[in-house]
Write a protein that binds this ligand. Structure first.
Ligand code: SAM
Ligand code: SF4
Length: 438
């Protein structure tokens, strides 16, 4: 009989891609995926440690697995991803019913760890960082998922050490894949039916710089020539490494979607410096203006941290000002979370949580107004939509996305999946649109 595994994924797209790899590796050793923990022989969590709340969630979930392990001691429980990388062996000590811990560079070792646990009831931990060659040989590989849109990882790790961020510690140093390998993967995906590819990396703008590779903009140009590929997206772009060559791509490359995620983090030069971001508010704004000049339809999204240690009301007002000026279509707003080992965790933090929360709410209120204005402007427009599948609403509709990555649900035949069609936006909701096929 086939063995079953249950997998939950937390955090960013990197973890989503790693989870696809986990699925493929486990299928190779005879496991199949199920959607309920109580039906599985192996329970896995792919974890995120970017904020304290994400990390606590992991322990909460493990607690829920305990009664299952009490009932069935042969059950194997494992944790991977950023919390696993950070905690390593300590996790096995803290959680006595945990069997496996595998770090961000060790996903490929999962089959071996699971097999050991099955055979010898042994507990295992693999969290060592790999050397360059081994890492390059172990980039997440293309899985056989049947979908219209896919992520392709172009680089892993990060060298930026923003003072608040745990990523460089849990994902290791930055490393880029050869462009030839990336393009070959994209061509293979397109042959498989994929029409949209999102290139992934913690800072795609510094793609290949360490490797003497072609620039990220040149990689986009080569991708634009791949026959059958319709849309290109990428994330994330660090503003300090956003070159004019890359900005110009938004004016020159017909397949590049008119949307960019450009994390601001703060609008205050003083805070940006403390964050070690490497740009000023004026530098950032200049790049935004250039983007809008080469591509007037472009829409931006961003990440903002509220309550960084020592943030004053004046600093916060600078952030609000920036949000008013740029008019982001979307913003992901976070309350600062102190991460052990990072430079910001050693800074004095004299704001009360009430004050931070109050600022957070002011920022969200402003951003909600901006988002509403940007998205409402689409009402009545006829827009090209790449159809991705059946609507998640479960009402027989299909869905796709606009160039701005906005979901549109509409009545249509499933044969349209994978095609770009014209859709009139009939109603704009908070997170999606309702459309009519034209
Ligand atoms: N590499 C990307 C970048 O530079 O934008 C994404 C990094 S992280 C996965 C996504 C976002 O989480 C960051 O842009 C930042 O706004 C937020 N973040 C990271 N560390 C944080 C912390 N300690 N507290 C609050 N938010 C944090
Ligand atoms: Fe973290 Fe900064 Fe690297 Fe993004 S660029 S992953 S925020 S250190």
């Amino acid at each position: 009989m086939k063995k079953a595994f249950y997998l939950e994924t937390f955090g960013c797209q990197m973890n989503v891609v790693d989870s696809e790899r986990i699925v493929a590796l486990l299928e190779q050793i005879g496991y199949s995926q199920v959607d309920a923990a109580d039906k599985a022989d192996l329970l896995l969590l792919n974890t995120c440690s970017i904020r304290d709340k994400a990390e606590r969630k992991v322990y909460g979930h493990l607690g829920r697995f305990k009664p299952l392990k009490d009932q069935r001691p042969e059950l194997i429980i494992g944790v991977g991803g950023c919390v696993a990388q950070q905690e390593g062996e300590r996790m096995l000590d803290t959680v006595p019913y945990l069997d496996l811990v595998f770090g961000t560079h060790n996903v490929h070792r999962l089959p071996e760890l699971v097999t050991q646990a099955e055979k010898h009831r042994s507990r295992g931990c693999a969290t060592e960082f790999l050397g360059r060659e081994e890492r390059l040989g172990n980039f997440p590989q293309r899985s056989q998922l049947d979908s219209v849109t896919r992520f392709v990882t172009v680089m892993q790790g990060c060298d930026n050490f923003c003072s608040y961020c745990i990523v460089p510690y849990v994902r290791g140093r930055e490393i880029s894949r050869p462009s030839s390998e990336i393009l070959a993967e994209i061509e293979a995906l397109v042959a498989q039916g994929v029409r949209e590819v999102t290139l992934l990396g913690q800072n795609v703008n510094s793609y290949g710089l360490k490797e003497d590779e072609i620039s990220f903009a040149q990689l986009l140009k080569k991708m634009n020539d791949v026959e059958g590929l319709e849309r290109i997206r990428f994330m994330t772009s660090h503003p300090k490494d956003m070159t004019d060559e890359l900005i110009d791509c938004f004016g020159n490359l017909d397949k590049l979607c008119k949307q960019i995620h450009l994390p601001l983090q703060s609008g205050s030069d003083r805070v940006l410096k403390l964050m070690n971001r490497g740009y000023t508010a004026a530098d950032y704004l200049q790049k935004v203006e250039r983007l809008k000049a080469v591509c007037p339809e472009i829409r931006l999204s961003t990440d903002i941290i509220v309550g960084f240690p020592g943030e004053t009301e004046a600093d916060f007002l600078d952030t609000l000002e920036m949000v008013k000026t740029v008019k982001y279509a979307d913003a992901f707003t976070f309350l600062f979370s102190s991460r052990t080992g990072t430079a910001a965790s050693k800074l004095k933090d004299d704001q009360s949580s009430v004050q931070k929360q109050e600022r957070f709410e002011r920022l969200c209120a402003l951003q909600n107004q901006n988002s509403e204005a940007v998205w409402q402007a689409d009402q009545g427009k006829v827009l090209p939509v790449l159809v991705e599948g059946e609507s998640k609403q479960g009402d027989g509709q299909i869905f796709g996305r606009t160039t701005w990555n906005r979901i549109v649900n509409f009545e249509g035949d499933k044969d349209l999946i994978g095609k770009t069609v014209s859709v009139k936006i009939a109603k704009v909701f908070r997170n999606s649109n309702l459309g009519e096929l034209v």
